[in-house]
Design a protein around this ligand. Structure first.
Ligand code: PA5
Length: 452
């Protein structure tokens, strides 16, 4: 019933997102019937599967990956927020566990991957420098390092300071390092310090197109460069994203998966007081996907809004949980705490690998419960039990199911989540693409730093 009442708003939301996608108009400049009125900001690329997905861009990335294969020892991705999380998600989902410890052959010749610039943390950065130095000393020849600073604005404190420190340190030690730099940034030399540096130093630069917030750019250059670095199938990832994009734009009713997801979450928030969403992926590799989603939800929907001339507030507090790990902690609160949560499960039906639990304790009846079963069967049993317990108590929950962690399904899932947030922004009438709250602290901090 509530969903039916929301149908006109759902139709309007699809029209608005379609217009943003195809015409590049801001929501703020759509007339009431959804017609674009005035060019404001080119947001046509904000969901980013369209950019870059042309043959030339994909080829350029594939060639980059091929040129790193067998030649680059380690790539350091240096970014924060949306310029970090997308890369980390792709890394976690695409790279084999313990990637950096594997012999190069096991990595098919692709480099070790490190992250920096996700904080201003001298301890962590010193640790990384020490680790790379020890490696070089161990192999007794200089490591070939790719530094990959990623910053859309090209001026962000954390990646820029970490990049500068790494660059200087490595330049000062040619006996341990040879360095290349590949920059990923907005291509406006007036705006992006990083782009100016790339021009001056002849570093290759990959664009982050205007109109893409960092949190929406996982399927554009920042995320795709990580695919290239790992030899991951960019085409299949983008194909999945395109399939989902078409599905999420095709219809204005409940058969549109992202629209339905957005509508249910919106109703849960507005009618049932759900102001927390827990994304609980089953399996360790899904943890960072949860962190990426936390940013997507918090920064896109946590907004002030004007409702009938009064300031109101929208947004759910997103929380990452991992099954089964957090069933031994947070589940207590999910099951018995305040009824203010949506628990969103994420399941991978067929894992890349599994283990059948051996039975070294045949006399123990208690262990017979687990013996002989595949670990992923146990994982699924735990998820099902969690879901059933919540449902039996009338607690809001839902499950996304991925057949497997293949690039195509990952592309579909990422795109689905981005569309869901875009639609919820429309339903709640908040601008999902700005972040004035983040900018507020940046202004204060820069003014303070400028005082010296
Ligand atoms: O989603 C966003 O826009 C932010 O999280 C940014 O990605 C983050 O602040 C980093 O900004 P930049 O890429 O300009 O360095």
């Amino acid at each position: 019933e509530a969903l039916q009442a929301l149908q006109p708003a759902m139709e309007q939301a699809v029209k608005a997102v379609r217009a943003i996608r195809s015409e590049g108009f801001s929501k703020a400049h759509l007339s009431k019937d959804g017609t674009p009125e005035h060019v404001y900001f080119p947001r046509q690329a904000y969901l980013a599967e369209g950019n870059p997905n042309d043959e030339a861009s994909v080829k350029r990335l594939e060639e980059l990956g091929a040129s790193w294969k067998d030649s680059v020892d380690a790539a350091v991705f240096i970014g924060i927020g949306g310029s970090y999380l997308g890369d980390k998600v792709i890394f976690d989902l695409a790279a084999k566990p313990y990637w950096n410890q594997l012999p190069k052959k096991e990595r098919n010749g692709y480099p070790q991957i490190y992250f920096a610039g996700n904080n201003v943390d001298g301890v962590a950065l010193q640790g990384l420098m020490r680790q790379l130095t020890l490696q070089a000393q161990h192999v007794k020849h200089p490591l070939h390092i790719q530094l990959v600073p990623i910053s859309k604005s090209g001026t962000t404190m954390e990646p820029l300071t970490s990049f500068a420190a790494l660059l200087n340190y490595m330049k000062a030690h040619p006996e341990w390092f040879t360095i290349d730099v590949t920059a990923v940034t907005g291509l406006d030399p007036k705006e992006s310090l990083l782009f100016r540096l790339a021009q001056e130093n002849n570093w290759p630069a990959y664009s982050i197109p205007e109109g893409i917030g960092g949190r929406f750019c996982i399927l554009s250059n920042p995320g795709l460069l990580m695919c290239a670095a790992l030899g991951y199938d960019i085409r299949a990832l983008l194909e999945g994203a395109r399939e989902m994009s078409e599905l999420c734009l095709a219809t204005e009713g409940a058969e549109n998966p992202a629209l339905l997801n957005a509508a249910l979450k919106y109703l849960a928030a507005e009618k049932l007081g759900a102001d927390i969403e827990v994304l609980m992926g089953y399996g360790d590799t899904l943890q960072c996907l949860g962190a990426w989603y936390v940013q997507l939800l918090a920064e896109s929907l946590g907004k002030r809004m004007d409702r009938n001339g009064k300031t109101a507030f929208y947004g759910r507090t997103p929380v990452v949980a991992v099954g089964t790990t957090d069933m031994h902690s947070m589940t207590q609160q999910h099951q018995d705490g305040k009824r203010n949560k949506v628990i969103q499960f994420l399941e991978v039906e067929k894992p890349a690998e599994t283990i059948v639990v051996d039975n070294p304790f045949p006399k123990e009846k208690a262990f017979a419960l687990y013996a002989g079963k595949e670990m992923n069967v146990l994982l699924q049993a735990a998820l099902k039990a969690n879901e059933t317990a919540l449902t039996e108590d009338g607690r809001l929950n839902a499950r996304y199911v991925l057949p497997e962690l293949a690039p195509r399904y990952i592309g579909q899932l990422l795109m689905f989540l981005m569309y869901s947030i875009a639609y919820e922004g429309e339903l709640a009438d908040v601008d999902a693409y700005d972040q004035p709250g983040v900018e507020a602290y940046k202004r204060i901090m820069k003014a303070e730093l400028a005082k010296g």
